[in-house]
Design a protein around this ligand. Structure first.
Ligand SMILES: Nc1nc2c(c(=O)[nH]1)N[C@H]1C(S)=C(S)[C@@H](COP(=O)(O)OP(=O)(O)OC[C@H]3O[C@@H](n4cnc5c(=O)[nH]c(N)nc54)[C@H](O)[C@@H]3O)O[C@H]1N2
Ligand SMILES: Nc1nc2c(c(=O)[nH]1)N[C@H]1C(S)=C(S)[C@@H](COP(=O)(O)OP(=O)(O)OC[C@H]3O[C@@H](n4cnc5c(=O)[nH]c(N)nc54)[C@H](O)[C@@H]3O)O[C@H]1N2
Ligand SMILES: [Mo]
Length: 775
């Protein structure tokens, strides 16, 4: 989220929910603020969604599109924007790069083609585009309707580009306000609970490992010996490919492996497709077999392809679940052994901070001590580290601090969670976390009443600071940044340009902002590069002492000395640079976002015109099919109905927590799908009757048919918050005594279609195909 809910409620005049059903998923943190903006500013609310949702019911305008066609829809908007000269020419001239390519692609998307592809009406597109482009400031809210697609990452890019073209970026009331999901999902992303990076988006390159080794007090050369050395296809001594070999055993210190590429530099298996690392028949895995699955805080039944997950669980050596409830992953397999359930405590029984959707930190006290034999999550991890013999290394980062510009061990014990918080602040410099120390965050929590709810600005004991120090918060004197990329504010009040992340020039064009783009009070005029040890003297016009030069890290994001941050503060300069936002990503197959039909598309004619990307030999660690699956046949002949996901207000995620609550369970006592009566009639299915839903993978679920006019006859919509029944089989006997929730049901993820995003590997939850059958 570039701005905040508070900012939207206060400043937005135009609000577009695209692929977000906030009235259900974010009724308080999202929907309420949009309604406030309408009450206060007369803001217009528009919803673009394949389903007539509860959010749509509150909107001033609703546009129905076919799932997976947002890129076409937004190009349709851009077509009209450029045609009518509604683009923000100054923004594009001074702060953007590559937008001409977007304009050229948009040229192709005339309203008729947009209507043909998306299913919206030409007049709707025209009326809405005029409204959105000419009402400022306008904000965008999106969530899973955008991200959960085989084109999810391209979807998010085109929306950010739309805001850039309209100049709605870096402005109060504007921005891209992506509503995050779970409690602390922003925080867990920042900490990179992901398979493709070290914390704070440093990636997996050697520079990143060196940076963290320094912060953790580890010797880099020793540390990296923990990792296998080669990424070559595993081969045995005769040169034959080896399967089922734990890669660590095979590659550890392999003398013939090349030194330059290592497992530590390679993405891991992802949550979406970890099972492909276990199931031998499932394409070939080229990186060793997974043997252990440790589950801590995710429901698993919430992941796509539950039958594959169940197969993998049967074959894996060991499954460990650390959970406050019985996670239903435990009953997806009927194996008698090899499963351990560890009782972890809940958020109410622990202390520490989480990061909200607008990047602000919220400190939480422990309400009660862990009950019964449960343990706090970190305690479980400490015990694990002890057992495996790396406890000392594991906790050492908490005992480090910066002394005379160098990071050193300063004590032999740690205080939880304060020292962990300070370690995070010290190490995760790349998101500007340095100023978010435990002492400051505790102070914010203790002084809530001093923060203004509209501006988030504090007074009295927290004078001049923004609530929760939304990152970037460059150092301990910085107030946090309420709105990203706002160049009207000085550095000391949270102002910043775009980050200089992709080099100084591309195709001979400077990637730095125009000379007219200067933060108030900045010593450096116009665009400038990110600050490194090498350029700091020339960019800031200063001279370093020998001692400063000795202790300074290589760049602003890897500088434990804090000197780069300090010099930048003195100069009123943002350390990450002042650059142009690029609309083309030259590293990607699709350098600009392109409409590509869903892998299983209902429009065979369009599949030929807008085909999927090529198959990927290695997406994270596994092969992933795109075009070969899409073009294998016209799937829509056998599976004519589109299916997409929805949420229920009373259940969340895999649903275990709420389904164990009698009162929440009673609201939705059974799994169902919303079906238009006309579609149901085709199959002779009555309201409230059971039906089978079949998927192209050959899987099926048996659920209740609920008649609903929210869906058109070409599509159905189903919640994903159930588990405990699989392909018609009731798994009740598998629950250990006393652990079965009040309600169980089929997981919609048993029939989620094949399809994954090329960059994030998120599954295609929202644009699959299926076939109904009366049960
Ligand atoms: N079909 C379909 N599938 C989807 C989606 C969709 O829209 N459609 N959405 C996807 C999205 S966005 C998400 S985020 C996932 C969500 O799916 P999950 O990540 O599975 O979400 P939850 O069910 O909330 O799982 C959290 C688990 O953590 C446990 N837990 C709660 N508190 C604690 C704690 O303090 N410590 C520990 N150790 N455990 C705790 C809970 O008991 C619960 O079992 O589902 C994804 N799957
Ligand atoms: N009560 C409750 N609240 C929750 C959760 C929960 O499980 N229960 N989960 C939390 C989590 S983890 C998350 S990530 C958020 C998710 O919050 P949302 O993303 O708002 O949740 P969804 O209901 O999946 O809504 C996605 C919307 O996108 C629409 N959609 C589907 N495909 C497309 C498409 O191709 N284009 C467009 N424009 N729209 C499309 C769907 O019809 C749906 O209305 O909710 C959070 N809040
Ligand atoms: Mo989520």
């Amino acid at each position: 989220m570039t701005n905040s809910n508070n900012d939207m409620a206060t400043n937005s005049k135009m609000i577009l929910f695209i692929g977000s059903n906030a009235a259900v998923a974010n009724p308080v943190g999202g929907m309420k603020h949009a309604l406030k903006a309408r009450d206060r500013n007369g803001a217009k609310i528009v919803v673009v969604d394949p389903i007539f949702t509860k959010t749509a019911a509150k909107a001033d305008m609703y546009i129905r599109i076919r799932p997976g066609t947002d890129i076409a829809f937004v190009y349709g908007m851009l077509h009209l924007i450029f045609k009518n000269g509604w683009e923000d020419k100054e923004m594009l001239r001074t702060r953007a790069y590559g937008w001409e390519q977007i304009r050229d692609e948009a040229e192709k998307w005339n309203p008729e083609e947009v209507a043909n592809v998306t299913g919206c009406k030409v007049e709707e597109l025209e009326t809405f585009t005029r409204m959105f482009a000419t009402t400022k400031p306008a904000t965008l809210l999106w969530a899973l309707g955008i991200t959960q697609h085989s084109v999810g990452s391209a979807n998010t890019r085109i929306l950010a580009i739309l805001q850039l073209v309209l100049g709605n970026v870096g402005k109060p009331g504007g921005g891209c306000n992506i509503l995050r999901g779970h409690d602390n999902v922003q925080g867990s992303t920042d900490m990179n609970c992901l398979a493709d990076s070290l914390p704070a988006y440093y990636g997996l390159g050697d520079a990143a490992w060196k940076h963290f080794c320094k912060g953790w007090g580890q010797d880099y050369d020793e540390f990296i010996k923990r990792f296998a050395v080669s990424v070559k296809e595993p081969r045995d001594k005769k040169g034959e490919p080896v399967k089922n070999t734990l890669f660590n055993e095979y590659f550890y210190h392999n003398p013939t492996a090349p030194e330059d590429r290592n497992w530590r530099n390679e993405k891991g298996y992802s949550l979406a497709k970890w099972w492909q690392g276990v199931l031998e028949s499932e394409d070939t895995f080229s990186s060793g077999r997974l043997r252990v699955l440790w589950v801590q805080g995710t429901g698993i039944a919430s992941m796509a392809h539950t039958t594959k997950i169940a197969d993998a669980l049967d074959q894996i050596d060991l499954l460990v679940i650390a959970e406050p409830f019985l996670n239903e992953v435990a009953i997806m397999t009927d194996r008698p052994d090899g499963i351990y359930v560890l009782p972890s405590s809940t958020q109410f029984e622990t202390e520490g901070y989480c990061t909200a959707t607008n990047r602000s930190a919220q400190w939480r006290d422990q309400i009660i001590k862990p009950i019964y034999e449960s343990k706090e999550d970190q305690e479980i991890m400490f015990l694990f580290a002890k057992k495996f013999g790396f406890y000392d290394e594991y906790v050492k980062g908490m005992m480090m601090d910066v002394v005379d510009g160098e990071v050193k061990q300063v004590k032999n014990d740690f205080v939880w969670p304060d020292d962990a918080t300070d370690e995070i602040a010290r190490t995760t410099q790349s998101i500007g976390n340095n100023g978010r120390t435990a002492a400051r965050l505790r102070k914010h929590q203790q002084n809530w009443e001093y923060f203004d709810k509209e501006t988030l600005l504090g007074s009295g004991p927290v004078e001049g600071e923004y609530y929760g120090l939304p990152w970037p918060c460059w150092d301990e004197k910085h107030p946090g940044s309420p709105n990203l990329y706002d160049i009207t504010k000085p550095y000391a009040e949270g102002g910043m340009g775009f980050r200089n992340r992709f080099g100084l020039e591309h195709n001979g064009v400077s990637q730095l902002a125009d000379e007219s783009i200067t933060l108030p009070g900045s010593k450096v005029k116009g665009g400038h590069p990110q600050i490194t040890k090498e350029n700091i003297e020339s960019v800031l016009g200063i001279t370093l002492t020998d001692e400063e030069r000795r202790v300074m890290g290589p760049s602003w994001s890897m500088d434990y000395s804090g000197l780069i941050a300090k010099k930048c503060r003195e100069a009123g300069v943002v350390p990450y640079g002042n650059a142009r936002a690029r609309t083309i990503v030259w590293e990607f197959d699709d350098q600009i976002p392109k409409h590509r039909e869903p892998i299983h598309s209902p429009r065979w004619d369009l599949v030929q015109k807008y085909p999927a990307l090529g198959d990927q030999a290695r997406n994270f660690r596994v092969p992933t099919r795109f075009i070969s699956e899409q073009q294998a046949k016209d799937w829509s002949k056998e599976f004519p109905t589109i299916m997409s996901s929805m949420r229920l207000v009373n259940l969340s995620g895999a649903g275990m927590i709420e389904r164990t609550s009698k009162y929440l369970a009673a609201i939705t006592p059974e799994m169902f799908a919303h079906v238009n009566p006309k579609l149901a009639a085709k199959y002779g299915i009555k309201d409230n009757e059971f039906m089978w839903i079949h998927s192209p993978q050959g899987t099926k679920i048996k659920v209740k048919c609920y008649y609903s006019e929210s869906v058109t006859p070409d599509r159905i919509c189903l919640p994903y918050n159930f588990a405990g029944v699989m392909q018609g089989v009731d798994l009740s006997p598998r629950y250990p005594e006393g652990t079965k929730p009040y309600i169980i049901g089929e997981s919609s993820n048993t029939i989620t279609n094949y399809g994954f995003d090329p960059v994030t590997q998120i599954a295609e939850f929202n644009a699959g195909l299926c076939r109904l059958e009366k049960a």
